[in-house]
Ligand binder design. Structure first.
Ligand SMILES: Cc1cc2nc3c(=O)[nH]c(=O)nc-3n(C[C@H](O)[C@H](O)[C@H](O)COP(=O)(O)OP(=O)(O)OC[C@H]3O[C@@H](n4cnc5c(N)ncnc54)[C@H](O)[C@@H]3O)c2cc1C
Length: 306
């Protein structure tokens, strides 16, 4: 827990970020979790995943943007991604973070930026998933999602919820009334105990409880986890309730439990891989290290090998 919190603290450390992004051996290690720096490299990585029966979700890495011009550049990048998906014929949707579109500057600007991307996805018959960030922005993220969902269809825009948050079960019940397509994950940020369950056992219990509500709702949702116990609970619940393998999808992160990704795809489950790319990989990469501190040793060992 101490290592996890320390790594999550460092994920927001600007000085270390500047150092790490310039330090070549560190940068090399990111290829485990990041598909590349360019759109073309990422299209190639997704083509490979598609060949193994997995779909994907594109993520351009650049969170907590603080300049309006940078948020506009993010919108343009997502329009390029949506065009590249169509031109290449790969099977992928896109995931966005609202802080990338200006949430730390102005919620209205964020809404307008996100709306531009969702409108383009609708025009192209694609889908935008709004990622969930830390609990300071949960409500505003849900509010902006609600506005977007009011204007666009169920199959055009969806949202993420985190089982570590105490509020999530209630949020799901509200979201299902709209209804909404939901990705359920455990949550990746450093949260205070008032907002999130401090014990992993409670996070996992809440995950199973929320998964059952989602699968029972009849809407197509994403069950995002690498935890075999969560996956087994999902498979068992779906079988017991007679819910088909294609009525929901499993989702995992690029570079994490590839064996399990391929196994589930071979068994006929929907399997979507979240594929991040871009130059601003530092906070994303540090959160992946925090999820499994053994990854830190993997990184250090490889850096020493040069
Ligand atoms: C598709 C997808 C989208 C996500 N979107 C969001 C989001 O919008 N907001 C958000 O807060 N979080 C998001 N996450 C991250 C998520 O919240 C968790 O931090 C992450 O998935 C780890 O939780 P877990 O369910 O795999 O379970 P854990 O209990 O953390 O891990 C279970 C097992 O999985 C393996 N594992 C997990 N992570 C790693 C890793 N990094 N490296 C190697 N092995 C690992 C290990 O074997 C570990 O024992 C997303 C995750 C996925 C898969």
């Amino acid at each position: 827990m101490v290592t996890r919190n320390a790594l999550l603290f460092l994920s927001r450390h600007e000085g270390l970020k500047d150092f790490a992004t310039r330090f070549k051996p560190f940068k090399k290690m990111t290829t485990r979790f990041v598909a590349g720096e360019t759109l073309d490299e990422t299209v190639a990585a997704i083509r490979e995943l598609n060949a193994h029966g997995c779909t994907a979700s594109f993520d351009h890495l650049n969170e907590s943007v603080t300049k309006v011009s940078e948020t506009e550049e993010e919108v343009r990048e997502y329009l390029r991604i949506l065009a590249a998906i169509d031109e290449s014929g790969i099977k992928s949707n896109v995931s966005i973070k609202l802080t990338q579109f200006g949430l730390d500057i102005d919620p209205e600007l964020t809404y307008r930026n996100a709306r531009t991307v969702v409108a383009e996805a609708e025009r192209r018959g694609n889908f935008v998933r709004v990622d969930m960030e830390d609990s300071k922005v949960t409500q505003v993220t849900l509010d902006i999602f609600g506005r977007l969902r009011g204007e666009f269809g169920l199959d055009t825009v969806g949202i993420v919820v985190q089982s570590y948050l105490r509020r999530t079960h209630r949020d799901i019940l509200e979201l299902l009334k709209i209804p909404a397509r939901i990705r359920l994950c455990k949550g990746a940020y450093n949260e205070p105990p008032e907002a999130a369950f401090p014990d992993k056992k409670d996070v996992d219990e809440n995950y199973v409880r929320c998964m059952q509500v989602l699968l029972g709702s009849g809407t197509y949702h994403g069950i995002a986890t690498h935890d075999e116990r969560m996956i087994e609970a999902t498979v068992a619940f779906a079988q017991k309730e007679g819910i088909g393998k294609q009525a929901f999808e499993f989702q995992m992160l690029y570079g994490v439990r590839r064996d399990l990704q391929l196994k589930l795809a071979r068994e006929g489950y929907g399997m979507r891989v979240y594929v991040p790319y871009g130059k601003h990989w530092y906070p994303y990469f540090m959160r992946r290290l925090a999820e499994r501190p053994a990854n830190v040793w993997f990184v250090l060992k490889n850096m020493l090998k040069g």
